[in-house]
Design a protein around this ligand. Structure first.
Ligand SMILES: [Zn+2]
Length: 623
């Protein structure tokens, strides 16, 4: 999802912000000197509503320029586009700093609910460049932005080069080894190799934590983690409690899955390499971060040989190209009575990797010009099930944009960021064998108990295996940003969490010379991660509610909301609120509850859980 800005506040931003002479107190807005025409200490010249209207207009205008500059900087990577993007980003940073400063003049003032809500939105991490809390001191502001930009660059350019430049391998190539090789040592080398890119980030990250803490304190937060946790219409402490509560609901299912997978790996690699009790070596789960395990399905398939839904084979067999796949995904949304994608989407999106230039292939969705519904995706689509699901994920963002683009800028966000991440994934849950047969991709096949368990296992390897990882990435950052995790414990604390929640261990000894968190995209790029945890819970909750709306009868896993106007209308209504009210109100208005709830996850996977319990009987689970 497109955030307000990429990195790099340049000197321009630093110079402009130099106009605000703030002292070191935690609430600088109260201490700001009224240097400019905006009289912060006196009654402001314009009403709160007029200020917010102007803020929306100013952000809108700059978003256009920043969006365009950002788009070309990732679809035509070169020095020129990087410079243009960084200039535009700096202007956004400057604008947000100024607007937040100006908004403080209305602290405690009477205003209507809508205006007050937009005042709150203005200070949320969603509107900060790169979700960063930067200090206002010009030199420090610049330093923060430069660090973020530098470590993101290290990640982006990262390669493992064991024997000189000709031996270099990219993340994609190393990931391919983990996905397809079953050779313990080859996988180990790939796993270790990628982690050679991140130790260089370590000192920078330490400084980054200090600087953003300073910035957060100026905004009235304890640290950047607290700023992130403040975006959920509840206190940061309550939010932490919510995450724990939801994790508690799904933990038994994760542990059962872990237990069975560990046993299969132990059979494959031998008990000396994978002990049948204890944590699993992190490099054997088919994924660079052990976050989704779908690639080792062949090792854990419950009923080998029982017909399984092979979407990749079907896409290849029918010669689906990137446009076909995107059109098919669009077709799902239009079957829910949502509008067709605008023509400009097809003209301006990047659906394949260009042959003649460098691009960022990491899939993303862009709301370029809301007034004209200029929405796009950027993805390097190849015909695999994973990419096909990713297209739906990205179109989930795009349809969210289309649903709320009528709102003012400060309401054009998800109800919370987990909602935004969960929409496309909700549709993925409806991509059942019955659905594929209906769209003619795979012939109809009789359902058997075996095929259901196979299907559930495949899904659980991605959706359930992901949950503890999705939870702990930010738990680690919260600790780092607040200082509870000290710099000499960065890597140890990371692995402590990885072992505690995921039940995995590093396959080779790690030390504080390493910086393994930095080998995950979202850390150097400073993208909050809890949204993915919430999205993975919410998508099942949404699925269940929408299936009820669609009049589905039978087990939850067999439901597809494809072609249900009733389900589509609920989803469209939910998205249409944007962030204009607390997410609890939006959830209640659309699906009739004010609480996030993981019981639909348990409900959905009931057949698999029953099967796992049988398989795990007599074994010691946990680690
Ligand atoms: Zn997303």
């Amino acid at each position: 999802m497109k955030s307000l800005s990429l990195p790099i506040a340049t000197l321009a931003a630093a110079l402009v912000l130099a106009g605000c002479d703030r002292d070191e107190t935690p609430q600088p807005r109260q201490a700001a000197e009224p240097i400019e025409a905006v009289a912060v200490s006196e009654a402001p010249a314009e009403s709160a509503a007029a200020f917010i209207a102007r803020a929306n207009a100013e952000i809108d205008e700059l978003d256009l320029e920043q969006g365009a500059a950002s788009w070309v900087s990732v679809t035509y990577i070169n020095e020129d586009t990087a410079m243009l993007a960084s200039k535009a980003n700096a202007r956004v940073g400057e604008l947000m700093g100024r607007l937040i400063e100006e908004s403080s003049a209305y602290d405690g003032a009477e205003m209507d609910t809508e205006t007050a809500r937009m005042m709150t939105m203005l200070r949320r991490a969603d509107y900060m460049p790169k979700h960063m809390s930067v200090p206002s001191d010009p030199a420090r502001l610049l330093e923060t932005a430069e660090i973020q930009s530098r470590i993101a660059g290290m990640y982006g350019a990262g390669k493992y080069c064991p024997d000189g430049p000709k031996s270099c391998r990219t993340l994609q190539q190393l990931s391919e080894v983990l996905a397809s090789s079953r050779d313990y040592d080859a996988q180990l080398e790939a796993w270790q190799g990628w982690r050679t890119v991140s130790p260089a980030m370590r000192a920078d990250y330490r400084r980054f934590a200090e600087l953003t803490r300073e910035g957060a304190q100026e905004l009235g937060y304890g640290d950047m983690g607290e700023m992130w946790r403040s975006g959920y219409d509840m206190s940061p402490v309550e939010f932490e409690g919510e995450v724990e509560r939801l994790w508690g609901q799904v933990e038994p299912l994760y542990e059962a899955l872990h237990c069975y997978v560990r046993n299969q790996l132990s059979k494959k690699y031998g008990a000396d390499l994978v002990a049948p009790e204890g944590p699993i070596p992190a490099h054997l789960l088919g994924n660079m971060w052990s976050q989704q395990w779908g690639e080792i399905y062949d090792l854990v398939e419950p009923y080998p040989g029982v017909t399984n839904l092979d979407v990749t084979a079907a896409l290849r067999g029918k010669d689906y190209d990137a446009v076909d796949m995107t059109r098919t995904a669009e077709g799902f949304f239009t079957s829910l009575a949502m509008p067709a994608l605008p023509e400009s989407f097809w003209e301006r999106s990047m659906l394949t990797r260009p042959r003649d230039r460098e691009v960022v292939c990491h899939a993303s969705a862009w709301n370029m010009n809301p007034a004209q519904n200029d929405v796009r995706i950027k993805e390097c689509i190849v015909p695999t099930q994973e990419e096909f699901e990713t297209v739906h994920h990205e179109l989930g963002h795009v349809y969210y944009y289309l649903a709320y683009n009528h709102l003012p800028n400060l309401f054009r966000k998800g109800a919370h960021d987990g909602f935004h991440e969960g929409i496309g994934d909700t549709l993925n849950l409806s991509m059942t064998p019955g659905y594929y047969a209906r769209i003619g991709l795979i012939p109809a096949q009789p359902e058997s108990e075996e095929s259901v368990i196979n299907q559930q296992m495949r899904l659980a390897l991605d959706k359930i295996a992901f949950l503890p990882f999705a939870k702990l990435v930010d738990q680690w950052r919260w600790g780092v940003f607040s200082g509870k995790i000290s710099p000499d414990q960065y890597n140890a604390a990371w692995w402590e969490l990885r072992t505690r929640y995921q039940g995995i261990v590093p396959p080779v000894e790690r030390s504080e010379k390493d910086f393994d968190p930095g080998a995950k995209y979202h850390v150097p790029n400073n993208t909050p991660y809890n949204r993915y945890f919430l999205a993975h819970i919410l998508q099942f909750q949404f699925h269940k509610a929408l299936c009820e709306a669609a009049g589905h009868e039978g087990p939850l896993y067999s439901c597809s909301i494809y072609d249900s106007r009733e389900a589509g209308e609920k989803l469209w209504a939910m998205m249409g609120y944007g962030s204009s009210q607390p997410w609890q109100d939006t959830l209640e208005a659309s699906i009739g509850t004010r609480e996030m709830d993981a019981s639909a996850v348990i409900d959905y996977f009931a057949p698999l859980m029953g099967w796992l319990e049988q398989k795990n009987a007599g074994k010691t689970c946990g680690w």
